[in-house]
Write a protein that binds this ligand. Structure first.
Ligand SMILES: [Zn+2]
Length: 244
């Protein structure tokens, strides 16, 4: 395999929170991904709905083994994600407001003995220039938005339009069409359309129930049939992954 034929997959388990109704699906997904022996990121919501703060008792004890020090794979996924049906905003806040929100989230994770993330994924997948500035000043290394990954401290934007996502509507029943859509993307990849960087966004609380088996099949197929290598965001910072 030549250098430029290298294909990178980024798996992120989104919406990981202390909300107990969601936690069992999330842990099931983590277990399956671990069994597949591929690297992945987890995007943690420190205080989901402003109601379920991450603490040692509500959270860390359940997922401790997935966030060990040798697995630097944690992303900060906003502070509360949504409140009274509106998604948390990182596109109209000022730099100062953004810093305050992010600092609150980091403090909650610290209190729960979770390492401080260097990766930021906003709940609505949009980042304004003021959010970008806040992340830069606070020492974040990576942010992910709808169509790009920013290596913040190096001022590099990597355009990555291809995302496999099963959460179209926020409701697992209504998300069923995503099964077919993602199968079509996968089939195209196997037939030769191979994006250099492919993001795979898993939302265990909202993906259709049958999605997990498909997600695992796709991940294994991407690795064995299509030559994808799965990386964490930390790898992007540590390694010169694609000559950036
Ligand atoms: Zn989310």
């Amino acid at each position: 395999m030549t250098y430029h034929s290298k294909k990178i997959g980024i798996i992120t388990i989104h919406d990981v929170s202390a909300f107990q109704d969601h936690l069992s699906n999330t842990i099931e997904t983590m277990k399956r991904i671990e069994e597949a022996s591929v690297k992945y990121n987890i995007a943690i919501i420190p205080n989901y709905l402003k109601k379920y703060p991450v603490t040692k008792d509500t959270f860390s004890i359940f997922i401790d083994k997935y966030i060990m020090k040798d697995k630097p794979n944690i992303a900060l996924h906003g502070l509360y994600h949504e409140y009274r049906h509106s998604v948390e905003d990182y596109y109209t806040l000022t730099t100062k407001e953004t810093k305050e929100e992010i600092a609150k989230g980091l403090a909650i994770l610290k209190e729960a003995d979770i390492q401080q993330p260097k990766v930021f994924i906003p709940p609505a997948w949009h980042i304004s220039p003021s959010t970008a500035e806040a992340l830069h000043d606070m020492g974040f290394d990576v942010s992910e938005s709808l169509d790009k990954i920013d290596l913040i401290q190096r001022d590099i934007a990597i355009v990555t339009q291809q995302v496999m996502n099963w959460d179209i509507s926020g409701d697992s029943e209504q998300n069923k069409p995503a099964i077919k859509q993602n199968q079509e993307i996968y089939d195209k990849i196997i037939q030769g359309f191979k994006p250099t960087i492919l993001r795979i966004a898993l939302h265990p609380p909202h993906d259709p129930p049958e999605a997990l088996d498909q997600q695992l099949e796709i991940i294994q197929g991407l690795e064995s049939e299509a030559g994808y290598i799965f990386k964490t965001y930390d790898d992007f910072v540590k390694e010169d992954i694609y000559g950036y």
